[in-house]
Design a protein around this ligand. Sequence first.
Ligand code: MG
Length: 403
Amino acid sequence: MQQCTKTAIGIIVVAAGRGERAGSSVEGPKQYRRIGGKPVIVHTLERFIAWPKTARIVAVIHADDTALFEDARNGLSGGVAIDVCLGGRTRQQSVLAGLRALSGSGITHVMIHDAVRPFFDEDLLERIAAGIEAGETCLLPAMPVTDTLKRGDAAGLVVETVPRAGLFGAQTPQTFAYPAILAAHEAAATSGLDEFTDDASIAEWAGLPVRLVEGSPDNVKLTLQRDIAMADAKLTPHGLPDVRTGNGYDVHQLVPGDGVTLCGIFIPHDQALKGHSDADVALHALTDALLATCGAGDIGDHFPPSDPQWKGAPSRIFLEHAARIVRKAGGTIMNADISLIAEAPKIGPHRQAMREKLAEVLAISLDRCSVKATTNETIGFVGRREGIAAIATATVVFAGDAR
Ligand code: MG
C-alpha cells in the first residue's frame, strides 16, 4: 500500500552574498538596504511568513552580517520560527548549507529563494505548490524572454541574433523535492563543481526533470544600486502632502476701561474688552483656527465660559493648548495669520511685538507669524467702537500623505 506523506514546505532564503554590483553602503550588503523603510530581507521573509504553507524557514547569511540580520529579524512578527545558518564562499555552497540545516526537520519540499527578490506574490507560490501537488520533483518559475537577444564578440560587434523562442529568464523560489535536491547538491559538491549559479542547473546536471512554472513580472532581483532606489520609490508613499487650513473668528464687546489685550500684548486705551478671560479676540480666533485643522472642536468645547477657573485667564494658555492638540495629532504648524478689525486703538505700533508673541507661544519662527489690522471705516459695531473682531487662519501639515 502506498504511504501518503503530507506535504511540508521548507524555505531557504539565500542572503549570504556581498552584492558588490549594488555598490557599497553604510547599511551593508543589498539584502540589508532599506526599501520602504525596511531592509530588503525583511520584505522577503514577511512574504514567506504570511504564506500559510510555509512550514520552516532557514536564512543563510554571511558570517559578517550576524548583527545586521538580528537587527532585521527584530522587525519581524509572525508565528514561523526562522533558523539561521552561515553560508559559504559561493551561492551554491550557501544553499547546500541551508539544505543540510533542514535535515531532520520533516520537510518534504524546499523552496530556495534569493533574499534580494522581495516582490514575489502568493499567487506565484500557489502556482508552485500546485506543481508539488501534481507530483513534480523540480519546479522553476520563469518568464519568457521578451527582448531580442544578440550575441556580441570581444570587439563589441554583433555576431548573431539569437532566436528567443523557447528561452526563459529563471526566477526564484526554485522548488524541489527535498531529498532529491539535497542529493544533487551533495553530489555536485563531491564532484568539485561549485560554480552553479542556480539550483535548477544542479538538478539538470543531476538528470532531474525541471518543470517550468509561470513566473511573475514583479519578481525582479535587486542587483544594482538603481534597482534598490526604484524598489524604495515603489514602496514609499508619494501621494499628496496632508496640508490642512483652519479658520477662526471672534468678537468681544468694548466697555469703559484702561486698555485691551490683543495677541497677548496689553495696549493702554480708554476702553477694555469684555469677556470671561482676558478677552483677547486675536488669540481666541487663532485657537479656533488651529483646532479646526484636526477637527478638534472649538475653544468653547475645551474652555467652557461657565468654568470659573478661566476667569481673567491669559488667553495664551488656550492657544498653547490648541498647539499641543495639533502636535499630538501629528501636525506641524506652518503658518498663523491674524487680521484684527478695530477702530481703535492703533495696532500698527504693536504688530512686531504681537508677531513675536505668536512665535513664542506657538514655538515657530517669526516669519511664519503674521498680524494685520484694519479699521471698519467708522461703520457698523466696530466702526462705532462697540467691539473688536479678529479673523485667523492657521496652516498645519500632518504626518503621512493625504490618501
Ligand atoms: Mg472669545
